[in-house]
Design a protein around this ligand. Sequence first.
Ligand code: CP
Length: 301
Amino acid sequence: MNRKDLLGLYDLSAEEIEEILCLGLSFKAALRRGEKNFSALKGKSAVILFYENSTRTRTSFELAAKFSGAEVVNISVATSSVQKGETLVDTGKTLDAMKNDVIVIRHPMGGAPKLLAETVKAHVINGGDGMNEHPTQALLDMHLGSIAGLKVAILGDIRHSRVAKSNLYGLTKLGAEVRMFGPKTLLPEGLEREGAIVCRSREEAVEGADAVMGLRIQLERQKAGNFPSLGEYAKYYGADERILSYAKKGALVLHPGPVNRGVELTSSVIDGAQSHIEDQVLSGLAVRMAVLSLLVKEEKA
Ligand code: CP
């Protein structure tokens, strides 16, 4: 990979995605062996700059950078000069002046990481921008072995989901079939143009699928009236054991988290034998280590 920044999977080639996944798999095996000392970012620094809440992405980027040998600083936007009106670009320039090497940013505005990347010398990694992309989430979701030919069903709030969009771009580039289903109000225009098969029912989406992904309802991005109630969303658009029975035997259940139990997935599905959710978290750490080392490696070359 020969890039300064990772902003989304829309721009990445299949070869670049494969390179990240492949390196991520070797990091995952090492993490499973208990190894935590790597050197790709030795002598480098990383700033985690999140303007939105996060548990998984923030923590796993922090651990990924630390395990890779970097010095890591977390900026709490609530107590930073952002509260005094400092712009994103000025914040980035300030971090550049401190000779910082990597910024991982999450921001409610789609395009904010791109704006930052165009302005700063540091490598910028998108940790989720508005309704646009969440590339490292999709990369960890794609840690499923060989992707070509897989059938992946994505259910729920597609419109507001940056996870769904990054998965659509990444999975189709590697040759998977991506089926999508959700309330009509939460299915944006143009999904077919990007390679999705938009289904008329959950059963149609899940039939014969190798993996079934529930999406978190983005309550913070909803306008009123997209669906009648959480109970009805669960009943008509969520996944329970009956819906899962349409999938291939042993199909994996995925969810980016945080999960609204009993809404997107029932508790029995979340905690069941087919749930891959905990393994996704380990993959997240591994692919983030891979992304960090591939971006910074190019700088050293
Ligand atoms: N999947 C995900 O982005 O989770 P967090 O919001 O906890 O980072």
